[in-house]
Design a protein around this ligand. Structure first.
Ligand code: ADP
Ligand code: MG
Length: 270
């Protein structure tokens, strides 16, 4: 009889949520932006891509999102993410909130559902739930111009969450916010990650932010971006202000800064 003991599946490494194999990207202009890049992100993991401006971080996210194709190599998503819900498996949060100024918060958050032709009666509770998740349940009828920068970013996050994505890609989402607002959003993002169990790939050029948020920080070289270091951030969960002021946090930040320094030394014209 076949051995169906529970230990069997645990010996098989689960498929990563995202796998980049020898990925390179050369733009039509001739700029070699990326790679070769090899990267596995486990399901439910929170990682940061950290590197100097122009090293190919946004390019890497666009390739993962399928918004651009790699020049060589392959980008694979776990089956559950790519096959069963092709339109809904990835949420993308850009550096700018990119909201439609002429319409309400509700309509902005519902845009991905509208594009997927989700009937309004189905869309409505999903929009309400996403707004609830980002703490903006009472703001559905407001317009973007009535919101602060932090609230606009929350709307942008709700729009990414409204399809219940398995993978959330975030491209320097909080870079333009003041520090206190950024800290709050960091905490709220971690709480969402814990409760929704998403895979998060977070792009930043902030050492401090990458260490605070991630389980793993992947440091990139100057362009063409490759991975130069991987630093695991082992810290007690849930993380909060205690972690931000701890000696362990400072130590992690020092290690990551040291790993990042050569990338800046190698970046020309910076
Ligand atoms: P990062 O997000 O790390 O700042 P990007 O991925 O935006 O870096 O860009 C990497 C490099 O590719 C930069 O030199 C940038 O100028 C170039 N680049 C980005 N997008 C394009 C594009 N659509 N066409 C040509 N070059 C591009
Ligand atoms: Mg970028």
């Amino acid at each position: 009889m076949a051995d169906l003991s529970p230990s069997v599946p645990s010996r098989i490494a689960p498929a990563p949520a995202v796998r980049l194999s020898s990925v390179t990207k050369t733009y039509d202009s001739g700029v070699i932006a990326l790679g070769p890049l090899d990267l596995d992100v486990a399901r439910g993991e929170f990682i940061s891509l950290l590197g100097p401006s122009g090293c190919g971080k946004s390019t890497a996210l666009r390739l993962i999102a399928g918004l651009a194709a790699p020049t060589t190599g392959s980008v694979m998503l776990a089956e559950g993410a790519s096959a069963s819900r092709p339109d809904h498996s990835i949420g993308f949060v850009f550096q700018e909130p990119t909201l439609m100024p002429w319409t309400s918060v509700r309509e902005n958050v519902g845009l991905p559902l509208k594009l997927a032709h989700t009937p309004a009666v189905e869309a409505r509770p999903k929009i309400e739930a996403a707004l609830e998740q980002v703490g903006l349940a009472d703001f559905a009828g407001r317009f973007p111009r009535e919101l602060s920068g932090g609230m606009k970013m929350r709307v942008s996050l709700a729009r990414a969450l409204v399809t219940s994505p398995e993978i959330l890609l975030m491209d320097e989402p909080f870079a333009a916010l003041d520090e206190i607002t950024r800290f709050r959003l960091n905490n709220d993002l971690l709480a969402l990650w814990r409760s929704l169990r998403m895979t998060v790939i977070f792009v930043t050029h902030s050492v401090f932010e990458s260490v605070y948020l991630s389980q793993r920080v992947l440091v990139m070289t100057a362009r063409p971006g490759r991975l130069s270091a991987e630093i695991r951030i082992a810290a007690e969960e849930p993380r909060g202000d205690d972690f931000r002021t701890s000696v362990a946090y400072a130590d992690h930040c020092r290690r990551v800064s040291e790993a990042l320094a050569p990338a800046y030394a190698g970046a020309s014209a910076l």
